[in-house]
Design a protein around this ligand. Sequence first.
Ligand code: DGL
Length: 296
Amino acid sequence: MPPEASSSPLPHPVNCPVGVYDSGYGGLTVLRQLRKTLPELDYLYLGDSGRAPYGGRDVDTVLDFSEQCVERLFAEGCRVIVVACHTVSCVALRHLQHRYGSDERRILGVTIPAAEAAVGRTRGHIGFVGTARTVASHTFRTEAHKLKPEVKITEVAAPLLAPIVEEGWEDSEIARLAVQRYVAKFSGIDTLVLGCTHYPLLEKAFDELTPPDVAVLNPAPEVAERFRVWREQHPGFAPQGSGSLRVLSSGDAANFARHGARFLGEALPMVEHIAEQNGRLALCPEGSEPIGQVVR
Ligand code: DGL
């Protein structure tokens, strides 16, 4: 989340939930922390599970999907959206902010809170593990180096881990072996950032399979804390609600409700299926080029 000047509350805030967007289930781990930190707010979660995973996709597809999801959440009445997905945050956040951000609409991401948390803790060498697209963007490294240029950063792509978690195998031997193989690619790190929304479900395996002097960092609590502080300065974007939760999924709604509970830590409400119309989840102007920075 970039630092921003405080602005006065928007007029007549009614029924505008905080939008939380992820490629699929994983962002529920971020929503879990947001609800823990700010339980009085209303939330609208969109999991694009019909088209997940994003992590192996090309940049233009991630841009296209993320535009559609953000448009849908704004069309549903959100004024602020937390992009929980590291892949989207790393590739497309600046573009989304430039295209859709305004005095009335804001989009926040997870990469800067993750970088701030890691730089604040490290003794000099940070490891970062994420999807192939996230790591190819090097956005985490860029943001961390803006904060502290002398910090050493090793980024490792772990394309097998999100699918293993999606399958519900996070406690299996397969998960442990995969984590072990990826962890072995790091050497000399003191902090390991779990840079994908699925990985908090593998935190135990990461903890057990990294050397004892390595701190494993799930950025989600930091994201929630930064959001709490941001909201204090921008209350009109996320007015006090009743703690309600709506969940939208572009995939199978029943599966989403069943598997989602592992990520959210509690049962989900009825999941609403959102279907593509003319290949999109929300209508938007055609033919416009990206207007913010896109990290390829
Ligand atoms: N939500 C994605 C992320 O945090 C992981 C899953 C995917 O590849 O879509 O990067």
